[in-house]
Design a protein around this ligand. Sequence first.
Ligand SMILES: Cc1cc2nc3c(=O)[nH]c(=O)nc-3n(C[C@H](O)[C@H](O)[C@H](O)COP(=O)(O)OP(=O)(O)OC[C@H]3O[C@@H](n4cnc5c(N)ncnc54)[C@H](O)[C@@H]3O)c2cc1C
Length: 564
Amino acid sequence: MKFRYDVVIVGAGLAGMRAAIAIAEKNEDVSVAMVSKTYPTRCHSVCAEGGTAAVFDKEDSLDLHAWDTVKGADFLADQDAVELFVSECPKEILTLDAWGCPWSRTEDGKIALRPFGGQSLNRTVFAKDRTGFHEVHTLYERILQYPNIEIFSEYFLTGLIVENDEIKGLTAIDIKTGELTLFEAKAVILATGGAGRLYGFTTYSHNVTGDGMAVAYRCGVPLKDMEFFQFHPTGLVPSGILMTEACRGEGGYLLNKDKERFMKRYAPEKMELAPRDVVARAMWKEMIEGRALEGEHGLYIALDLTHLGEKKIKARLPLIREAAINFAGIDPVEKPLPIKPVAHYTMGGIHVNKNCETDVKGLYATGEVACISIHGANRLGSNSTSECLVFGRIAGENALDFVLNKDFKLVKEDEFFEEERKIEEIFNKNGSESPYAIKKELNEVMDNYLWIFREESGMKKAVQKIKELKERYKDVKITDKSKSFNTDLIYTIEIGYMLDLAEAVAVCALFRKESRGAHYRLDYQKRDDVNWLKHSLAYKTADGVKVDYAPVTITKWEPVERKY
Ligand SMILES: Cc1cc2nc3c(=O)[nH]c(=O)nc-3n(C[C@H](O)[C@H](O)[C@H](O)COP(=O)(O)OP(=O)(O)OC[C@H]3O[C@@H](n4cnc5c(N)ncnc54)[C@H](O)[C@@H]3O)c2cc1C
């Protein structure tokens, strides 16, 4: 099967949908395909709980939002991109408001704001604790109004077709039939989300496997800052389901076994609302130094919401209450919740500039799959959904400009056959290794050696172990040999993607000999701006990962010591 669209967007989360709308709003003649492996309303964005950052408070300012973001990022963010980002956030909130997003309101009808970690003032717009759900549905309803956007749900991206550093199209498996499908395109926007399932204990949906990053990486596009993975302080034990930062934003406490609000020893000013890297490290320290609680699933910290009262919990955190009752058997109105830090966000991603352009002409990336970078070494809560809206639109607008007055570059039969051959090769695999055992071991490597505290010997072990897993992966067995809805094949390809990405994470982390943001090394506990104020760029080569570096853009804010 073969299709041809001016722009093909891969991914139907917040970023991909926002990009599609940006194109269709401006031009009704440009054809757009939105391709995704899940239905749009089942993207991971739908899980976003706490909110979306934007300046609305009269006391607040764009500069303050930018400063908080840059400081939160431990100064690794590109400040020109951050300034562009913060200036566009309020417009996006109002746009979604006009499109019907049911933002929570104050008594006098204004858009309500709640505090979030690392913010100087209340800056998080929200829709109860189901923000992502409402944002996704608002965008999806909007998409349905445009006849020039065609939706291809349950198509799984397998390769990009690039010639002379210019994009020509992509291939995707039509999951329903199993057929490899060619999409010719003048421009491609990757919006496939993060890579959180590299880890075992994580808040991410099972389908967040970093596919777009891996496919671009395999085509020679570098991945930026992959060593920076965010650990969110409050994952429900044992499932890892997120207990939103809004729990602390609304006034929740973190307690150790002595019922002490221990954050006073780590971040006396911000307490529980210090940035995530700071809080997660403090919690882990409490755990390893013997001050955590212990239950049937091991050590944990208590998230206490009981003092907020039933009325507030039901009004502001209904999803949290429901999830805690269903998945831990505890009602937060009555008792503190068992939580511990959990893998939550991929700061790194496809290397793009602030126009969302890669070095391949016509290839764009936006949302969590991309690294612009506005989050640097540590993202502030609620900046990610804003990023998807702002840079989704920017990617769409730039792709539209790019395709106007351009011709298609035709994909040669051989190029398609080569992609088909690669998929056939995996489909026919009949080896002795279970892909799921490999995935489990990969998750263990990441959870053990590339977690909150890292050090050289562990990371070396990780690099070695990932190499071994990659070797074993060559000998996997695909048990299901049917064509239609062959999830065995899809999952196995995803695991191959994750092995490539894990290698990039491990190698970049091993090379970076400093502690910055979420990358904390016990053997190099200080930030080192002289040698390491730079982005890592990982390239895939025949000999493994090659790491290069790129400068950080500083406009107004020189790095200073980070205190909260
Ligand atoms: C539990 C949770 C709560 C969060 N809460 C917040 C919050 O309150 N505020 C905030 O700012 N951020 C939050 N985040 C982060 C934020 O939600 C995400 O970073 C953001 O929504 C990612 O959006 P996206 O559009 O980039 O990708 P996603 O929403 O992940 O969408 C990816 C899309 O790509 C498709 N796709 C993936 N691989 C392929 C493939 N191989 N072929 C075809 N299609 C593919 C998927 O089907 C999907 O449509 C949260 C994250 C989690 C996990």
